[in-house]
Ligand binder design. Structure first.
Ligand SMILES: Cc1cc2nc3c(=O)[nH]c(=O)nc-3n(C[C@H](O)[C@H](O)[C@H](O)COP(=O)(O)OP(=O)(O)OC[C@H]3O[C@@H](n4cnc5c(N)ncnc54)[C@H](O)[C@@H]3O)c2cc1C
Length: 316
């Protein structure tokens, strides 16, 4: 049976494909929807002629300063969807001028305001793979618009090839000033890209104990300086990127904000978080039933000086 169709209230005013499976879409609602905080997401919906309507969440990639004109989304076409009516398949077929639903309620807590707070003086390290970049472009373009600089922030963005590094030129322009190179792209297929002289490998690999020194050097933090006294971390993307970055950073004493992980790791309630994430898929970040894994991760935190709080075993 076909799903209930969604009611369109907006128009796709711009569509640009960086590659056949990676695109930027600008949506203009018929009636003003209003402002939002960088890092939040909207719900988009489309109708399939036979299967009916489908809605999915998408981070807003554009900064709030342009919301009266449009909202921009940075979307990956999912080759192996899990649903029978994948929204990305309809979206990539859509053309400029086609209609779409953009729900009026913009949502989400993955914002600087709702995590470490705007006044936090530490460097914000924004870690993304693929289209997980979207909330961070909204943030840094808004800061650049408001302040003329991108605050004390850095973006580490992973993709397979340079052509998959959406927003690269714009980010280089606003984040790389003189000697300060705060936009750090990394590509995982460098052998196929002669001449690439940036970081290589998956984004999460750069946070492993044996390789974090390179980031420390690039970000001017000094040896051992990538720690929660100097930095806060926001990660966005799929489970693998989040899990691998997070578990590596436990060695440095980064404390997740995620409530479930805090309970499982036995982190005291009043201990301030320094690492936050937004997940695009539904695979659990870590298997909390895997006692050996959890014990090892707790050990990393204790070794980094993070005290024990609640009874972790009881919380699992
Ligand atoms: C808060 C939030 C914000 C999101 N923002 C974005 C965004 O800005 N851009 C974006 O492309 N997606 C984003 N997503 C994912 C999006 O909501 C959909 O899950 C995705 O587009 C797939 O939808 P679908 O209907 O085509 O596929 P479905 O049939 O729902 O297939 C789901 C499959 O797609 C995979 N998948 C989901 N997202 C991605 C992705 N980005 N890259 C590769 N594989 C993926 C999942 O692992 C899962 O296996 C966000 C998800 C959440 C929860």
């Amino acid at each position: 049976m076909a799903a209930k169709p969604v009611e369109y209230n907006a128009t796709i005013i711009h569509k640009k494909l960086h590659t056949p499976t990676l695109g930027v879409f600008r949506v203009r609602p018929d009636e003003p929807i209003g402002g939002f905080i960088p890092g939040q997401y909207a719900i988009l919906g489309l109708n399939h002629s036979e299967k009916g309507g489908v809605m999915r969440a998408y981070s807003i990639a554009s900064p709030p300063c342009v919301h009266e004109d449009y909202y921009e989304f940075y979307v990956r076409y999912v080759n192996q969807p899990t649903s029978t009516n994948p929204l990305t398949h309809l979206l990539f077929e859509a053309e400029e001028g086609d209609r779409i639903l953009m729900r009026k309620r913009i949502q989400g807590h993955f914002t600087v305001e709702k995590t470490m707070g705007l006044d936090d003086p530490r460097m914000r390290v924004l870690v993304a793979s693929g289209t997980g970049l979207a909330p961070f472009t909204s943030m840094v373009f808004e800061w650049h618009h408001q302040l003329g600089h991108t605050r004390n922030s850095a973006i580490v963005h992973g993709a397979s090839y340079p052509t998959d590094l959406g927003y690269r030129e714009e980010l280089e322009e606003v984040m790389n000033r003189g000697e300060q190179q705060r936009y750090l792209p990394t590509i995982s297929r460098p052998k196929e890209v002669p001449g690439w002289d940036g970081l290589t490998g998956r984004v999460e690999n750069h946070f492993a104990p044996e390789s974090i020194g390179v980031l420390e050097e690039r970000l001017g933090l000094g040896e051992g300086g990538f720690n929660p006294r100097n930095c806060t971390v926001m990660i966005c993307g799929l489970q693998g990127t989040i899990a691998n970055t997070l578990t590596s950073l436990l060695y440095r004493g980064f404390v997740p904000g995620d409530r479930k992980l805090r309970r499982v790791f036995g982190i005291p309630k009043d201990l301030e978080a320094s690492l936050f994430f937004e997940q695009y898929d539904t695979t659990p970040i870590i298997d909390t039933k895997d006692e050996a894994l959890v014990s090892e991760l707790v050990e990393r935190l204790r070794a980094a000086g993070v005290p024990a709080g609640e009874d972790a075993a009881a919380a699992r």
